[in-house]
Design a protein around this ligand. Structure first.
Ligand code: HEM
Length: 510
């Protein structure tokens, strides 16, 4: 008998033995994972027992309640039904506590819990580890380094640049409405706010509003905003490898590449400009540097420059945060004023008496628009551009009413719910700018469009200035009315959007 004839069955036996061991190992791993998930669910059930919510499915959580992507309307019903806070189950082993009471939010913003890993990590392939997602000492160093970019002396001359960008948009609107008075404004406003941030923070020369290439960047931001929102809610997309192989993951990867091409180009152009003779000295002699120049000149406390990766992360973060949020704020304010002609007219009279034809709006004018400011704040209350933020409790917490949660529970600070909470704002759905009249008083944590505490919005003043300039100049040129056939439906994304765009009817004023 030959040796090979003997060895074949033995080899086959060896393979099947190996297969048996592998299957057994697979089964053990599966059981261990199931036990881990079971224990996690039991732990969450116990931790959240003081925070009721509608019944949830053991596997799908509250998914059935949120079939419609609007999501905000069902959540507002919970705000009415469950005082201060409630638990939301994304699926059987993932839940978070939504909080929408000013006293609750005050306690959380007074602590230094980290941002929720599960939510913010989805943004990292897109905006990198910039100020928005950094933690600890690195966050502190970057925040300290970038704060001077929002100094009063820096913001002052930006008002003129903002007005230039708004005028380019309004000139375009004049041409468009001579053909059709209906306009979807959010797309135009996004282009305008991107133009503004490019000029102010990134020293970009000229307007990008007529550049067709830039549309692909805006589209990529829109896609990434939708994709990261959908990823957080999908149990199968939590694993990076599975997500990367999925159609949505590949789409997200392409969109990230597109946004990075744009920011790389911006950095390259500024670096090339600074190489020109005399430019470097000119910038060095300035008392305060623009945002991108701070980054390019940055020497961190330990003496080393920012790495290319860190630099790009900050540019990606500010490019996105600096335009998408303000575009949402301006567009919803225009919609609110279109729907309330009496407030619109009062704002127009205020700005007419201040500016006349509006050719020269300056920093000093911005403090002399009390009614426009009240209307912008009331619009930010009804339509907060950042509808939720997330934190992971790093230590146990006890809320003012005595309810408590252990470390490790994720929290969502639900600003949209806070701003629509009838216990905080009577008749919350009514647009009433007098809520923000001089002398009116509210809880310190009842109105938080820019969040609060140490991780509040670094661009708050910049954003308020831009919103005032945009609203004032628009009202000088156009009368706004809503489009009754296309009422916007707010939907939560990283930034508050409308399911069907923001459509207005515009009439040019003589
Ligand atoms: C209406 C406009 C804006 C709104 C409503 C808004 C809102 C917010 C909110 C709620 C946060 C807290 C986020 C969190 O804790 O996860 C935040 C943080 C931030 N915002 Fe804004 N923002 C606006 C405009 C801007 C602008 C114009 C810039 C930049 C030019 C900017 C840059 C940032 C950055 C970098 C952070 C992270 C700050 C940190 O963690 O230290 N934002 N913003």
């Amino acid at each position: 008998m030959s040796v090979s004839a003997l060895s074949t069955p033995r080899a086959l036996g060896g393979v099947s033995g190996l297969l048996q061991v592998a299957s057994l190992l697979g089964l053990v791993l599966l059981l261990l994972k199931a036990a881990q998930l079971y224990l996690r669910r039991q732990w969450l059930l116990k931790a959240l027992q003081q925070f009721p919510s509608p019944p949830s499915h053991w596997l799908y959580g509250h998914m059935q309640e949120f079939q419609d992507e609007t999501e905000l309307q069902p959540l507002l019903k919970w705000v009415e039904k469950y005082p201060s806070a409630c638990a939301r189950w994304l699926w059987g082993t993932k839940a978070l506590v939504l909080i929408y009471d000013p006293d609750y939010i005050k306690v959380v913003l007074g602590r230094s819990d980290p941002k929720s890993h599960d939510s913010y990590r989805m943004l990292i392939p897109w905006i990198g580890k910039g100020l928005l997602v950094l933690e600890g000492q690195t966050w502190f160093q970057h925040r300290r380094m970038l704060t001077p970019a929002f100094h009063y002396d820096i913001l002052k001359p930006y008002v003129g640049l903002m007005a230039d960008s708004v005028r380019v948009m309004l000139d375009k609107w004049e041409e468009l409405v001579s053909l059709d008075s209906h306009l979807e404004v959010l797309g135009h406003v996004s282009l305008m706010t991107l133009d503004t941030i490019m000029k102010c923070a990134f020293s970009h020369q000229g307007s990008i509003q007529t550049d067709r290439k830039i549309q692909s960047y805006i589209q990529a931001i829109k896609d990434l905003s939708n994709l990261s929102f959908s990823r957080v809610r999908n149990i199968f997309y939590q694993n990076d490898i599975i997500y990367r192989l999925s159609p949505e993951g590949r789409w997200s990867h392409r969109a990230c590449q597109l946004t990075h091409q744009h920011t790389d180009e911006v950095i390259k152009m500024r670096k090339a400009h600074l190489q020109k003779e005399g430019e470097l000295e000119k910038v060095r002699s300035k008392r305060h540097l623009d945002f991108l120049d701070i980054l390019l000149f940055a020497r961190m406390e330990n003496g080393s420059s920012l790495s290319d990766r860190e630099l790009r992360a900050e540019v990606d973060t500010f490019m996105f945060e600096g335009h998408d949020t303000t575009a949402s704020g301006i567009s919803w304010t225009l919609y609110a004023l279109a729907s309330h002609p009496e407030h619109q007219q009062r704002c127009r009279e205020e700005i007419q008496s201040l500016l006349g034809d509006g050719t020269s709006i300056t920093w000093d004018h911005l403090e002399q628009m009390p009614y426009i400011t009240m209307c912008i704040k009331e619009a930010l209350r009804l339509y907060p551009p950042v509808p939720f933020i997330f934190r992971d409790l790093s230590k146990p917490i006890t809320f003012p009413d005595g309810r408590s949660l252990p470390a490790g529970v994720p929290l969502s600070l639900f600003f949209y719910g806070l701003h629509h909470n009838p216990k905080v704002w009577p008749n919350p759905e009514v647009f009433d700018p007098s809520r923000f009249a001089l002398g009116s008083s509210q809880h310190s944590h009842a109105f938080l469009p820019f969040s609060g505490g140490s991780r509040n919005c670094i661009g708050k003043q910049f954003a308020m200035n831009e919103m005032k300039v945009a609203v004032a100049l628009t009202l000088l040129r156009f009368e706004l009315a809503p489009d009754p056939s296309r009422v916007p439906v707010p939907i939560p994304r990283v930034v508050l959007k409308s399911k069907n765009g923001i459509h207005l009817q515009l009439r040019k004023l003589l």
